[in-house]
Design a protein around this ligand. Structure first.
Ligand code: MG
Length: 376
């Protein structure tokens, strides 16, 4: 079955957007999703991704991904899948570029630490929700409205790209069609993100010396086949080149599996338009079973050989402890906080402040306040 244009009937038609919170009628040579994409690229939160950790802390190597280069890789894969399948490439790209802007410093340990301290005050931290607050409130750069004034569908995608909103959801998310799935373009983001980080983390971890190529082959049968293939084709190449030749084939396999699995799911669900995608009880973007298994084994390998190794665990524990200390200090000294949003609780203001920081900015604030930590 050819993938070219296979899902064109499911493309979200940009002209049927539910629009922006503050109506705009600026003439433009760009459509609404192209403008949203550009607003995201021009935001401060997007630029700050450069100094946020993806997996490996900066300073070990100049070659590792940070959250910005990871985001660009996700956007590249999202555009490819959208274009091949006949979906809206600009919509998918805008969502990919925004998909991690709510991440706090220090990657997932930062998120867990903020969630842990907030939960003691009956609240929680979730990076997709924080991303929504960034684009709605904190990115104040236009004269006529707060935030980026993005279309409904891009805001919905920010909230729902990686999780569903259960029916009956209340509060600030109630407007984002709880109980309905997001359009296919938004559903794509979660799995292209998975392809991007599994393959990139394998690359960075190999570069950092965490494992040999043969060990990857022993854990992931498809990788073993690919290693065999590239070693046969390029016997004289060094291991690093073999790894890259395996990587590009792995990405190709996973992307094909993603597109094929999605086409099959949409066909068997008999969905013929966006409304049917929204109303379907399951997400329709999925891997073929073979690609899903490869993705699962890659993730398992990375957990066993990379994410839980002492050097990364220690780094994560230290940053989580630092976040907790700074949070507690600011709770006792709210005068040290920048002005927050009216109506927000103090714990939420502190959490938003810390979440907005890059890793180096966090370290500077921490170092400047740490002398006072014991004197409270
Ligand atoms: Mg990501």
């Amino acid at each position: 079955m050819s993938a070219i244009g296979a899902l064109a009937p499911l493309r979200f038609p940009v002209e049927s957007t539910r629009g922006r919170r503050f109506p705009e009628s600026l003439p433009s040579f760009r459509n609404d999703f192209q403008r949203d994409r550009d607003r995201i690229v021009h935001s401060r939160a997007f630029r700050r991704l450069e100094a946020k950790t993806q997996v490996f802390p900066p300073g070990i190597s100049d070659h590792f991904r940070n959250r910005l280069t990871h985001t660009l890789e996700v956007a590249q894969l999202a555009r490819t899948a959208a274009r091949v399948l006949g979906l809206d490439e600009d919509f998918a790209e805008a969502l990919a570029l925004a998909h991690d802007i709510g991440h706090p410093p220090f990657a997932h340990s930062g998120e867990h630490a903020l969630n842990a301290v907030l939960s003691r005050h009956g609240e929680r931290f979730e990076h997709n929700l924080h991303a929504l607050r960034i684009v709605e409130v904190y990115e104040h750069r236009y004269a006529l409205y707060p935030g980026l004034n993005l279309t409904f569908e891009v805001r919905e995608g920010i909230v729902k790209h990686s999780r569903d909103l259960p029916p009956g959801t209340t509060g600030p998310l109630a407007e984002y069609l709880p109980g309905l799935k997001p359009p296919i373009e938004a559903q794509l983001i979660d799995l292209v993100d998975e392809i991007a980080y599994n393959t990139a983390d394998t690359d960075d971890a190999h570069e950092a010396g965490f494992f040999r190529l043969s060990e990857l082959g022993a854990a992931v049968p498809l990788a073993a086949e690919l290693i065999d293939e590239v070693e046969t084709h390029f016997p004289a190449a060094e291991e690093r080149i073999h790894l890259h030749e395996v990587q590009r084939r792995l990405i190709d396999h996973l992307m094909r599996g993603l597109m094929q699995g999605t086409i099959e799911a949409c066909h068997s669900a008999q969905v013929h338009d966006v409304e049917a995608v929204r109303a379907h009880p399951d997400r329709l973007v999925r891997f073929t079973p073979q690609a899903a298994e490869t993705s699962r084994l890659l993730k398992q390998f990375l957990h066993a050989r990379v994410y839980h190794t002492p050097i990364l665990v220690e780094e994560r524990d230290q940053s989580a402890a630092a976040i907790e200390l700074l949070f507690e200090f600011l709770l006792a000294h709210p005068d040290q906080l920048p002005p927050g949003q009216p109506g927000d609780s103090l714990p939420r203001r502190i959490s938003d402040y810390i979440a907005s920081m890059t890793d180096p900015y966090f370290r500077r604030v921490y170092a400047s306040l740490a002398p006072q930590f014991t004197s409270r």
